[in-house]
Each structure stands twice: as C-alpha cells, then as structure tokens.
Design a protein around this ligand. Structure first.
Ligand SMILES: Cc1cc2nc3c(=O)[nH]c(=O)nc-3n(C[C@H](O)[C@H](O)[C@H](O)COP(=O)(O)OP(=O)(O)OC[C@H]3O[C@@H](n4cnc5c(N)ncnc54)[C@H](O)[C@@H]3O)c2cc1C
Length: 204
C-alpha cells in the first residue's frame, strides 16, 4: 500500500553501509545494513509501476524461501552423510556405534524426515514454476517444514558425534550455527505460519 521500488545507483550521495555484523553463523557471508539518508534520486529510477513495490518484493520472496529451504536440505544431507561415516568408524563398548539399535532408529528417522522435506520442497518448486494459484502457500509451508527439519537433523548429527560434534574440526557445529538463521531469514517461520493460516481461513 503505497510502497514503490526505486533503483539507487552505487555511489549515490546518502547511500552507505553499516558495520560488519558479528553473527552466530553464516560467517562466510558479510552482513551489513544498507542505509539511505536523503538519497537524491529521480523519477526515472522507479522500477516497474508506482505503488507496486510491496507486490514485487513479495513475488521475489517465494523463490527466495525455496532457496533458503534448499540450503537447509543440502547442509542437513551433508551432516547426515558425514554422521553415517563417523558412526561406522567410532567404537564404544566394543563395537561401532552404528550397531546400537537406538542410534540406528535415529538414523532412520533422520533419513525419513529429510526425504519428506526433499519431496515437499520439490512439490513447492514445481508449483512456483507452473504458476499454481497456491504456490505462495506451498513455498511458505515448505520453507517452514524444511528449515525446521534441517535444524533438527544437524542438531542430531552433532549429538551422534559426541564431544567431537561440538568441536570446530568436524564441521558439524558450523552446520548447526549456519542453519539456525534459516528459521528467521526470508520471513520468520512464524510469518510462514501466518501466510498458511490466512490462506486456509480464506478457503484456499
Ligand atoms: C544473517 C542475516 C541476513 C539478513 N539478510 C537480509 C537481507 O539480505 N535483506 C533483508 O531485507 N533482510 C535481511 N535480514 C533480515 C531478516 O529478513 C529479518 O531479520 C527477518 O525477516 C525477521 O524480521 P525482524 O528481525 O524484524 O523480526 P521481528 O519482526 O522483530 O520479529 C521478532 C519475533 O516476533 C515474531 N513476530 C513478528 N511479527 C509476528 C506476527 N505478526 N505474528 C507472530 N509472530 C510475529 C517473529 O517471528 C520473531 O520471532 C537478514 C537477517 C539476518 C540475521
């Protein structure tokens, strides 16, 4: 309602960047505020139509949400693959820890959860590619489900590595830190629920 998209050329007076943020994860990607202080721009810098900025941003978010979910899925799969290898190698009480049935059940649960997440993500991507009327709802549902599944899986991977999981050398604690923000970015998972519930209440 009244928001427009404008193009601001790099170097424009008043455009500046905040300090580098110190983050829990995503440390290989710099994060800074983008600040616009009385930037002087012309009407020619309007992108698309006046007043449609919010709609453009929202349209971009569906794909962005799938992207974030895919990052969680890939990282969680990497964590699980690494964990499976580690469990075959690590021995406790006279046998490799992958021979304990309690842990095998956890492995099975993680495999099932990741496969469900993968299938859901692909369904949402298919809907977006095909302009399905419920694509936004599916992108929101998939983002929430896949990112929370990914976080749960990597946290389990850390647990199955024992104390080594907590050490930076094994790379698992990095996955836990990196995936946490996926529940916040590109719209928090509370907002994903809001989108889903609104569409349900509207009968969609
Ligand atoms: C590493 C990183 C990189 C980022 N990169 C970008 C970027 O490139 N571009 C960009 O634009 N932004 C970026 N962000 C910002 C990010 O998109 C926001 O932090 C995120 O959307 C949440 O908004 P907020 O922080 O204002 O939370 P708030 O809106 O303050 O929310 C606080 C809490 O209240 C909950 N909440 C808020 N409203 C409701 C409601 N109506 N119902 C229920 N719960 C609610 C939220 O879910 C959350 O749990 C980045 C953030 C981080 C951490």
């Amino acid at each position: 309602k009244g928001i427009s998209t404008v193009y601001v050329e790099a170097g424009t007076e008043g455009l500046s960047y905040g300090g580098l943020e110190d983050k829990m994860g995503w440390r290989s990607q710099p994060t800074r505020q983008v600040q616009f202080d009385n930037c002087n721009i012309s009407a020619d810098d309007l992108v698309g139509e006046e007043g449609k900025g919010f709609t453009y941003a929202m349209n971009g978010l569906d794909g962005g949400r799938l992207n974030i979910a895919a990052c969680s899925l890939g990282a969680a799969q990497q964590g699980l693959t690494q964990t499976l290898a580690y469990m075959a190698e690590r021995r406790a009480f006279g046998k490799p820890i992958d021979q304990f049935q309690a842990l095998q059940f956890r492995l099975a649960d993680m495999e099932i959860e990741l496969q469900a997440a993968r299938t859901f993500l692909r369904q949402a991507a298919w809907k977006l590619d095909n302009n399905a009327p419920d694509a936004t709802k599916f992108c929101a549902m998939a983002k929430k489900f896949v990112t929370e599944t990914g976080s749960r899986v990597v946290n389990q991977c850390l647990q199955l590595h024992g104390g080594y999981g907590y050490l930076a050398d094994y790379g698992i604690e990095k996955l836990v830190r990196d995936l946490r923000v996926h529940e916040i970015l590109e719209g928090t998972n509370e907002i994903m629920r809001l989108i889903v519930a609104r569409q349900m209440l509207a009968g969609q």
